[in-house]
Design a protein around this ligand. Structure first.
Ligand SMILES: Nc1ncnc2c1ncn2[C@@H]1O[C@H](COP(=O)(O)OP(=O)(O)O)[C@@H](O)[C@H]1O
Ligand SMILES: [Mg+2]
Length: 243
């Protein structure tokens, strides 16, 4: 596998809940300047894999690596300090704080504190253009995502894990999101793993795609390659096989 080229990834990861295997022998790696699409039907295990990668779940098997280090046993905040950043499926922002207060809280959450200038720079990178007097809870889905992304970008992460960042967005917003991600990857050489359950959305943004189905990697390749893969089409469009 591409362990050597990858700055971040995992090898042989497995996890079970209540005796049911949710992930089995999952390996993937992403390189700086690359967008890796992680795709698969709902319930395939994509978010669970992110939980393991970022350290909120402990895998029962396998390893997670970052910059040549085995980080399998590292805590979430340790991984963050090493350059790992992650977003969640639902963009939860502080309901009652202004955007300025949200940034202040985010700046002071890091050590050493991030400056206001670094927050402004991150807003620029995330295309976040709202007035800082606004209440964060009044933002729409896309602006919430941009705000949370800007809070992460202040830290200048090396690796960005994005869980369904396009969900709830309209087409023109998805195009803008693709441009934002592309710029982070091309100009700042961030390694990005992007979860999306709609295969077709990945063709515009992903350099490479890993397809997960029922907890297992069933295909890897360019979006065009996996799109034609019979196993992938079956996972998406067929009823589960009988017998
Ligand atoms: N903490 C948990 N406890 C029990 N089951 C879980 C837990 N997290 C996820 N699952 C189960 O794991 C499977 C994969 O879920 P998930 O990783 O959210 O899939 P995806 O993100 O691909 O839609 C689902 O069947 C889900 O119910
Ligand atoms: Mg999910």
């Amino acid at each position: 596998m591409a362990y050597e080229n990858g700055i971040f990834g995992c090898r042989g990861v497995g996890i079970s809940f209540g005796g049911r295997a949710i992930l089995r022998d999952v390996s993937l790696a992403v390189a700086p300047g690359e967008v890796l699409g992680l795709v698969g039907p709902n319930g395939a295990g994509k978010t669970s894999l992110f939980e393991i990668l970022c350290g909120r779940y402990t895998a029962s098997a396998g390893e997670v690596f970052l910059k040549d280090q085995d980080i399998t046993r590292r805590a979430v905040h340790d991984r963050a300090r090493l350059g790992l950043a992650r977003t969640y499926q639902s963009p939860v922002v502080p309901q009652a704080l202004t955007i300025a207060e949200t940034f202040r809280a985010a700046r002071y959450a890091y050590s050493p504190y991030k400056t206001r200038m670094e927050a402004e720079w991150a807003c620029h990178l995330a295309n976040f253009r709202q007035s800082w007097d606004r209440i964060a809870g009044s933002l729409d889905t896309f602006d919430r995502r941009k705000l949370l992304l800007a809070c992460l970008l202040m830290r200048r992460p090396a690796v960005l894990l994005l869980d369904e960042p396009a969900s709830g967005l309209i087409n023109s917003e998805i195009d803008e999101l693709d441009l934002i991600i592309r710029r982070l990857v091309d100009e700042y050489h961030i390694a990005a793993i992007l979860i999306e359950h709609r295969l077709e959305l990945l063709s515009a943004i992903a350099d490479r795609t890993v397809v997960l189905d029922m907890g297992e990697v069933i295909a890897t390749g360019t979006p065009q390659e996996v799109f034609r893969n019979p196993r992938v089409l079956a996972a998406y469009f067929e009823e589960p096989a009988h017998g």
